[in-house]
Ligand binder design. Structure first.
Ligand code: SAM
Ligand code: SF4
Length: 331
């Protein structure tokens, strides 16, 4: 490794999120419209070889240690386990994880584990079958829960459960999720609803601030902070009584973590984004396909990261939503 990817505010980008597809088999109300979005054409999406080449540059030149595969739904990309294996071969110690809705995990968990995936984050917003149908707009509660079991059986552990909390939709379930964390040893992460939904229904009134969620949980289950080893968006807690599992809060709206943000993102069509809320993207695909050398690509990547924005402006004057929604960026 020769250097790190530093931005002009001194932050080091060492956590890369790679979106492998913009397509999805769910239509979560906080993410995608019911009718879906216009999918990218197959040829516009990076091939596994192209993703692997970029991953190699990030890992070997810049010491990126964490690669998270996401989407859209990463498990709808055919033979995704082959990409996991390709990235794993770059460095067996690399922390390769995946964020998934879990519905295809029963078919894929063991293959992913064998390919070198370390862990999964599974999105789960409710423990009620009917409500699941309303939120994901798919009748897939049982299969998702079974997918979580399959991941645990395959040793993709610890499992993180991502819950997007929306006022009046599922905020009455946060204590139930804390109980589930304790009973099963899951790490539950409560995520504030962000203005990146395809239906443009976001409003601050629908956001449940993390501190409110924490108060509700601590009424029943007191929490103790877990000091974080690396900068990251999640503020983590364990249960004071020593129960297994844990709780995390991702407070993108109420307490933005931009000053320590170490993330960068690659979209399915090869755009490098330095923030979820970036209004610009650095396209790498055409460069990749035009015969650019690794040095050429590296120069463009370094410049893009150097220009990473100071932070997003949600709830402040001047905030402009990006044109892309969450599934098109890669959450
Ligand atoms: N399809 C996979 C899944 O749902 O886990 C991966 C992609 S999804 C876009 C990544 C994460 O973004 C999920 O945990 C999802 O809950 C979260 N997410 C999507 N839209 C969001 C929003 N508007 N605000 C906050 N989180 C959101
Ligand atoms: Fe699909 Fe994930 Fe978006 Fe839900 S959050 S619609 S599962 S990409």
């Amino acid at each position: 490794m020769s250097r790190v990817l530093r931005d002009s505010y001194g932050r080091v980008a060492d956590d890369l999120r790679i979106s492998v597809t913009d397509r999805c088999n769910f239509r979560c109300i906080y993410c995608m419209p019911a009718e879906g979005l216009r999918w990218l054409a197959r040829d516009d999406i990076l091939s596994f070889e192209e993703i692997h080449r970029l991953a190699r540059i990030f890992v070997q030149r810049y010491g990126v240690r964490t690669i998270r595969l996401t989407g859209g739904e990463p498990l709808v990309r055919v033979r995704i386990e082959e990409l996991v294996a390709m990235i794993h071969r770059l460095d067996p110690d690399l922390d390769i994880t995946m964020t998934t809705n879990g519905v295809l995990l029963r078919q894929k968990a063991r293959l992913l584990k064998e390919a070198g995936l370390k862990r999964v984050n599974v999105s789960l917003d409710t423990l009620h079958l009917d409500r699941f149908r309303d939120i994901a707009r798919r009748d897939a509660f049982a299969r998702t829960m079974d997918g979580i079991e399959a991941a645990a059986e395959a040793g993709l552990w610890p499992i993180k459960l991502n819950m997007v909390v929306m006022k009046g939709v599922n905020d009455d379930e946060v204590v139930d999720f804390a109980r589930l964390a304790r009973e099963r040893g899951f790490e539950v992460r409560f995520i504030e609803f962000m203005p990146l939904d395809g239906d443009h229904i976001w409003s601050n009134d629908l956001v449940v601030p993390s501190r409110r969620i924490q108060e509700q949980i601590e009424d029943q289950f007191p929490l103790v902070p877990v000091p974080s080893r690396r900068p990251g968006p999640s503020v983590n807690y364990r249960f004071a009584d020593g129960a297994s599992g844990g709780i995390g809060f991702i407070s993108s709206v109420s307490q933005a973590f931009c000053t320590t943000c170490n993330r960068i993102r690659l979209t399915a069509e090869g755009g490098l984004r330095t923030c979820l809320f970036s209004l610009r993207e650095t396209p790498l695909r055409d460069l990749l396909r035009s015969g650019a050398s690794d040095d050429d690509l590296a120069r463009v990547i370094e410049r893009a990261v150097w220009l990473k924005e100071e932070g997003h402006l949600i709830n402040q004057e001047g905030f402009v939503r990006p044109a892309k929604s969450m599934s098109q960026i890669g959450g």
